[in-house]
Design a protein around this ligand. Structure first.
Ligand code: HBI
Length: 100
């Protein structure tokens, strides 16, 4: 049985956003969103490929939309019905992979 993660409190969410770069609260959802822009599609795809391997290791996956050199990402924990520490950890990993 997968351990159900606890949703972050409002204070925890605020602190988490302060520790991240460029992430914002998602409209109408208990989630966080960020738009990454790269030099070209190849760099965007390379980013997604590296993140995909981290997501598999974490067993925690992004909701993302790629158009050419941009990748829009939304993170939330479906099992918890909202934002958890797993989303913050994946966001930090994505920032690091993007070199932010
Ligand atoms: N990824 N973002 C996200 N949220 C989840 O709840 C989630 C996931 N990846 C895998 C996963 N859950 C499963 O391991 C569980 O549903 C069992």
């Amino acid at each position: 049985m997968a351990r159900t993660m606890k949703r972050l409190t409002d204070d925890e969410r605020r602190a988490a956003l302060a520790s991240l770069h460029g992430w914002i609260e998602t409209e109408g959802r208990d989630a966080i969103t960020r738009r990454f822009a790269f030099r070209d599609f190849s760099e965007a795809w390379g980013f997604m490929s590296r993140v995909a391997l981290v997501a598999e290791r974490m067993d925690h996956h992004p909701e993302w939309f790629n158009v050419y050199r941009t990748v829009e990402v939304t993170l939330s924990t479906h099992d918890a019905g909202g934002l958890t520490e797993k989303d913050v950890a994946l966001a930090k990993a994505m920032d690091a992979i993007a070199g932010i």
